[in-house]
Design a protein. Structure first.
Length: 330
């Protein structure tokens, strides 16, 4: 299915960390962008610099409620993505993933738009296969404290494929592995933002367990390149497709690297490991390489330096505009 060079594109969750960067990138490519966000974890300040652009439109709306738009493509990024946010209102998280997907897919079917689902490596749960290929069905606890996010995303993938099989809808599914960069929420509880904020404040850096669990960290610019390539792929590849950096680090290694890059005097403190926390997480990106010609190019140290600079500036301003999730109506 071909598209004109200039398209009208809907980005749900467009005021969030990744969504705002995506809106920016699409505008620079000359497209019209509709940014839809309920501002639970997103922040209008993330897109304030885009509001004067005649090709940009911000709509405050919750994907749980039906909506209409005339668009050529849809990127569905709407959903809290960090444990502190998605566990704050777990029922709402499931609704966002499942009812949000139903509303997005219904809209895409009506206007015949191509639609991309931002899924997650969490569909693999605490994996017994390492690294994780897309063919792996996962090891997910369906009744645990993380299940609202993990299972919500799994059901969303099911819906996308059912719409593809039943209605021939033009879909794409990407599975995002740990991603970091500027505009991350300072209170989101994710390991990169946690460590950087703690190091910059000079307070103890909290490590859960012994810090030997591993993660693979992908800088946001690399992630978005993979996302756009998957959306624009016209060779019959719809996914699922892992997009992430296969470089694997222990949590303790990450903490030590952040301390070194910030020159912090912070010490490491160890707390009990949360329930269902994955022991290993690393993407097999063979499909992304073969089908999209994509692989990450930004090393962890380079990406951390850019992210640290962002948080340093943010903290110097008092992190204004960022709410505590416990005080936000989800």
């Amino acid at each position: 299915m071909g598209y004109p060079n200039v398209m009208r594109i809907l980005v749900t969750g467009g005021a969030g960390f990744l969504g705002s960067h995506l809106c920016e990138r699409l505008l620079k490519a000359g497209h019209e962008v509709v940014c839809l966000d309920n501002l639970f974890t997103g922040r209008k300040g993330n897109v304030s610099h885009l509001l004067d652009n005649k090709n940009f439109e911000f709509v405050r709306h919750d994907v749980v409620d039906p909506f209409k738009a005339e668009v050529d493509q849809i990127y569905n990024l709407a959903c809290p993505a960090s444990p502190v946010h998605y566990q704050f209102n777990s029922i709402k998280t499931v609704k966002t993933s499942v009812m949000g997907a139903i509303n997005v897919l219904g809209l895409a079917k009506r206007v015949k738009a191509r639609v991309l689902q931002a899924s997650t490596s969490e569909v693999y749960g605490d994996p017994s296969v390492h690294p994780q290929p897309e063919s792996y069905w996962g090891n997910v606890n369906c009744i645990g404290i993380r299940s609202c996010y993990d299972e919500g995303k799994r059901v969303a993938e099911t819906l996308f494929f059912d719409y593809n099989r039943q209605h021939n809808l033009d879909i794409r599914i990407m599975r995002i592995f740990n991603t970091y960069g500027p505009r991350m929420h300072p209170n989101d509880g994710r390991v990169v933002s946690n460590f950087i904020v703690q190091a910059l404040k000079g307070v103890p850096i909290t490590i859960y367990g012994e810090g030997q669990q591993t993660r693979s960290f992908c800088y946001c610019d690399d992630l978005l390149e993979g996302m756009v390539r998957l959306m624009e792929n016209d060779k019959g590849f719809i996914g699922p497709c892992n997009i992430g950096n296969p470089g694997e680090f222990t949590i303790r290694e990450l903490a030590e690297k952040v301390i070194a890059l910030t020159g912090s005097t912070s010490k490491l403190v160890f707390e009990p490991l949360p329930s269902d926390d994955p022991k290993q997480r690393r993407p097999d990106i063979t499909l992304a390489k073969e089908k999209l010609g994509w692989e990450p190019t930004i090393e962890l140290e380079e990406g951390l330096k850019k992210t640290i600079a962002y948080f340093d500036e943010l903290l110097s301003k008092g992190a204004s505009g960022y709410a505590d999730p416990a005080k936000v109506d989800g």
